[in-house]
Design a binder for this molecule. Structure first.
Ligand SMILES: Nc1ncnc2c1ncn2[C@@H]1O[C@H](COP(=O)(O)OP(=O)(O)OP(=O)(O)O)[C@@H](O)[C@H]1O
Ligand SMILES: [Mg+2]
Length: 246
């Protein structure tokens, strides 16, 4: 189980102090599939980075399976089984797709068949990709899918995917959605998926709407989806104020 207790994240900008997250508290039980959604700039990626240890909250605690991990770095959290797929994944010149999958799995001799299965889960054909370098020659959608495959190969207990749909074609996206569904059905991991996609939102046990650095709403698909469709979640605060004074 993951618990976020009163998490705040404040940064200094030329204009002064800026609160990116304010007092976010949240519990994610084991084996659940939770979707973070909400308007651009709402704080979803920042919250994911706090969980992964890529940034340290300015206040609050991160508790994982009863252990306070707030001060643990990303490597220590990865050892505990937490993994994170970047919204914009990095590239690794000189490292092949097969190398990367082996590194992720922690096995020198990850069989070609296993590598192939991970790549198939994200809609890639292993024959075309295993020996390719993870460099600028790969398209945005290819790098994104390869990174998701490395998270699957790592096989962690707590996986965070930051907009896995971004830049991915419809066919590969359908394959990827099935993969998330299968992981969930096997109860093999807890998943946090940051997404704006209806197909992914519909898979969730719980939807958490992050807006303005806070949890604006949370609930089941049945409860939250009508709000999203009614477009009541991310209205412009300036316009709303203007409308209210008309
Ligand atoms: N280090 C920083 N300095 C200044 N502003 C920051 C910093 N980090 C994040 N922000 C701002 O905080 C807000 C939240 O960013 P975040 O990346 O978490 O949003 P998001 O919900 O993931 O958005 P998107 O849907 O576009 O990916 C944004 O307005 C962003 O510009
Ligand atoms: Mg983001």
């Amino acid at each position: 189980m993951l618990e976020l207790k009163h998490i705040s994240y404040r940064v200094s900008t030329p204009e002064g102090e800026l609160d990116i997250l304010h007092d976010v508290s949240l519990t994610i039980p084991d084996e659940k599939l939770v979707v973070f959604t909400g308007p651009n700039g709402g704080g979803k990626t920042t919250l994911a980075k706090v969980i992964m240890g890529l940034i340290r909250p300015t206040a609050g605690q991160v508790i994982y399976n009863g252990q306070d991990i707030t001060d643990l770095d990303i490597t220590a959290r990865a050892r505990l089984g937490i993994s994170y797929g970047f919204q914009q994944p990095p590239r690794f010149k000189g490292i092949t797709v097969q190398n990367l999958l082996q590194l992720a799995a922690g096995q020198d001799r990850l069989s070609k068949e296993r590598c192939c299965n991970y790549l198939t889960s994200v809609g890639l054909c292993a024959n075309d990709y295993l020996d390719r370098e993870v460099d600028v020659s790969l398209s945005g959608g290819e790098v994104k899918r390869i990174e998701i495959a490395t998270i699957l190969a790592r096989g962690g207990k707590f996986m965070i995917f930051d907009e896995p749909e971004a830049g991915i074609d419809l066919w590969s996206f359908a394959r990827l959605t099935e993969t998330f569904e299968q992981i969930h059905a096997r109860h093999s991991a807890t998943m946090v998926i940051i997404s704006h996609q209806e197909r992914i939102i519909r898979l969730a046990d719980e939807i958490i709407v992050v807006a303005g650095g806070q949890i604006a709403h949370r609930g089941t698909t049945e409860e939250i989806f009508p709000l999203i469709l009614a477009n009541t979640l991310g209205s412009c605060p300036v316009m709303t104020r203007k409308e209210a004074t008309r």
